[in-house]
Write a protein that binds this ligand. Structure first.
Ligand SMILES: Nc1nc2c(c(=O)[nH]1)N[C@H]1C(S)=C(S)[C@@H](COP(=O)(O)OP(=O)(O)OC[C@H]3O[C@@H](n4cnc5c(=O)[nH]c(N)nc54)[C@H](O)[C@@H]3O)O[C@H]1N2
Ligand SMILES: Nc1nc2c(c(=O)[nH]1)N[C@H]1C(S)=C(S)[C@@H](COP(=O)(O)OP(=O)(O)OC[C@H]3O[C@@H](n4cnc5c(=O)[nH]c(N)nc54)[C@H](O)[C@@H]3O)O[C@H]1N2
Ligand code: SF4
Ligand SMILES: [Mo]
Length: 557
């Protein structure tokens, strides 16, 4: 049966799936740019966890979460919504599945007069905003354009972990002689593929792009006072980059780590400008929305709350009811303690394939059978490929069935009409303007916390098998000496927002008062976002997760 993976992963693998006795046989079938198609090891675990027999539940009068049939949970949830139709509802829809049909949820809740939808996202929206500002649209060239490049420059795109098919393609590019440069504050697994790894200070890529541009096209960039101190670059690294860009075609691939800063959009703006003014615009990659060319349905979203304002409004007790579909905000969003308090005080409805740290507080939990349970389609948010599938899992209810059943009970139309008109094809055209340069936010007396992706899990979705790997605080040898901490010591990471505890691992991945923890993992106590504040990025469409500054100390005993 035709299928594809609609997880929040840019690769969007297509495959043929046959299910026998609860086991899946998968034959990979796409990726036009690779000779041998493959899927990653995570896919099997997604299948297993979504086929699991997790029960739905509803809280009883004594506040106990009592398991019940999925149908009963749907009925009870619908009755609750009927009784509370006019109250203030916040809908948080996450990245569990990026399939088009998850819009059924938006359609259902758009019929509630006081439902609030989230504006912006914790993911890639800041960079998207920057591209729209620069080009009037968001587009990503075909990956095969990389054939035209002499140098391929990756700005914090940890393809080995986050996009294994891009990584395989980069290996192919390297084999045919392309020069690969990897720029990142972290020496990630992808740095190993590069001909040259350049460590940069976090949030400083805009300074680098502006300084390079000034050297290559004087008058278009900036000469920056204290450049080497601010960026952490060596002068030979800068000469190397200037030489590479001057001497041939350069591809610029922007990762999403770049834009999780209070100057994140500005960083992307400057790399865009560098690409355009060095005649490399057709080799400029960021990504795009996963529904960019799909004719999204028109759904009226009357009330909206900005992503960085959610916890602020939660703190004021603004919302009466929370609905969380395919997301785990207690783990993935800032200020978990505030969320936990609100979810405990107010009513919470969760729809998920599995129990989560968020569903612990749910009054209504409806188990979704996940991505294999519904016909669906979507695009990749990096490659220009589409996926389409037929449902193979009929054990529990799919998201579409759940949303439609609730709609039926409430006598609300949940059908999705696709827009009738097709949108004209958009082209990138650089919009010339005076572009200011924003400096990164730095707190010199503290450590900066970076929270990046691990290969074996997708945000907070992980298989039990990998639960306890690499749950460390990674720190440089020099910084460990200064703090008098050693491998295996229990470390406390804290600031005014909160704290977490985890074991120390000395590593050359990081340097210079930057520490790293893999994102969205449970640690010895707490998890990384315990110390994240809700700070907007400069486009106001994302969260500046990487501008998180913390104290680090060893816990004795
Ligand atoms: N296995 C796996 N794959 C995933 C995910 C996952 O959790 N696991 N998540 C998916 C999702 S939701 C997303 S959004 C994408 C993310 O995909 P990517 O953009 O590739 O990945 P990240 O690991 O979030 O960040 C990339 C890198 O940016 C670096 N970085 C941080 N700050 C800076 C900076 O200032 N400058 C530079 N040059 N680099 C910087 C980080 O150190 C990190 O190595 O991956 C998707 N794919
Ligand atoms: N500190 C820090 N925090 C971050 C980031 C960071 O870099 N640093 N990265 C951010 C990024 S890039 C992202 S994208 C967000 C992601 O944050 P979330 O959107 O919360 O994503 P997940 O943690 O993957 O949670 C998705 C949930 O959906 C469930 N699920 C899976 N498939 C389905 C389905 O078909 N239907 C339903 N109903 N549920 C399903 C899964 O079990 C899981 O519980 O996290 C952000 N959080
Ligand atoms: S998680 Fe990514 S690489 Fe793995 S199967 Fe899904 S789309 Fe492919
Ligand atoms: Mo993301």
């Amino acid at each position: 049966m035709l299928s594809y993976c609609s997880k929040d992963c840019p690769d969007l693998c297509s495959f043929d799936i046959t299910v026998k006795g609860g086991k899946a046989d998968i034959k990979p079938s796409q990726h036009y740019f690779l000779d041998v198609p493959f899927v990653c090891t995570k896919l099997k675990h997604f299948f297993d966890r979504e086929f699991s027999d997790v029960k739905s539940f509803v809280k009883n009068a004594a506040e106990e979460q009592k398991p019940c049939s999925h149908k009963d949970a749907v009925w009870e949830t619908a009755q609750f919504l009927k009784r509370n139709r006019d109250r203030k509802i916040l809908l948080i829809k996450g990245s569990g599945s990026l399939g088009y049909n998850m819009h059924y949820w938006d359609k259902l809740f758009s019929s509630f007069p006081n439902c609030w939808f989230v504006e912006g996202s914790p993911c890639d929206e800041t960079g998207i905003s920057a591209h729209i500002e620069d080009f009037g649209c968001i587009k990503n060239p075909r990956i095969t354009n990389l054939f035209q490049a002499d140098t391929i420059m990756l700005f914090g795109k940890n393809a080995k972990n986050c996009s294994p098919h891009l990584y395989a393609y980069l290996k192919k590019m390297k084999k045919i002689g392309k020069n690969i440069v990897y720029i990142d504050p972290v020496k990630t697994a992808t740095a190993g593929l590069a001909d040259k790894f350049i460590r940069i200070n976090p949030g400083a890529d805009g300074l680098l792009a502006a300084a390079l541009l000034e050297e290559i096209v004087p008058g278009q960039g900036y000469k920056i006072e204290g450049f080497f101190d601010k960026t952490g670059l060596l002068s030979e690294d800068f000469d190397y980059l200037r030489g590479s860009v001057k001497s041939g075609k350069t591809a610029f691939i922007q990762g999403f780590g770049l834009q999780r800063y209070s100057n994140g959009a500005n960083i992307v703006n400057w790399i865009n400008k560098l690409a355009v003014y060095t005649n490399n615009e057709q080799l400029l990659y960021y990504g795009k929305s996963s529904q960019e060319n799909l004719n999204k349905p028109e759904i009226a979203k009357k009330n909206r709350v900005n992503i960085a304002d959610i916890t602020h409004k939660m703190g004021e007790g603004f919302f009466d009811i929370y609905v969380v579909v395919g997301a785990n905000p207690v783990i993935t969003y800032p200020e978990p303690l505030l969320q936990i308090k609100e979810f405990g005080n107010k009513n919470l409805i969760c729809v998920d394939t599995n129990y989560t740290e968020t569903s612990r507080y749910a009054d209504y939990f409806i188990k979704s059978a996940g991505m294999f349970a519904q016909d669906d389609f979507s695009e990749s948010y990096f490659f220009n490929v589409k996926g389409e599938r037929r449902a193979v899992n009929s054990g529990a209810l799919s998201d579409v069935q759940i949303a439609c059943s609730i709609g039926e009970i409430l006598q609300t139309d949940v059908s999705l009409k696709k827009k009738s008109k097709t949108e004209p094809v958009k082209f990138r055209k650089y919009i010339k303007r005076d572009l200011k340069l924003k400096e990164p936010h730095v707190e010199k007396d503290k450590f900066r916390l970076l929270t990046v992706s691990h290969y074996f899990y997708l945000n907070s979705q992980l298989a039990d098998k990998y639960r306890d790997i690499d749950n460390y605080v990674f720190i440089s040898g020099k910084n460990a000496d200064e703090l008098n901490v050693s491998n295996g010591d229990l470390i406390r990471v804290y600031n005014e927002t909160g704290e977490f505890l985890s074991y120390c691992k000395i590593s050359n991945m990081v340097e210079n008062k930057t520490i790293l923890v893999y994102k969205n993992r449970k640690l010895v106590k707490g998890w990384p976002n315990m110390v994240s504040k809700s700070m907007p990025t400069d486009s106001k469409t994302g969260l500046a997760y990487y501008d998180t500054f913390v104290n680090v100390e060893r816990l004795d005993g």
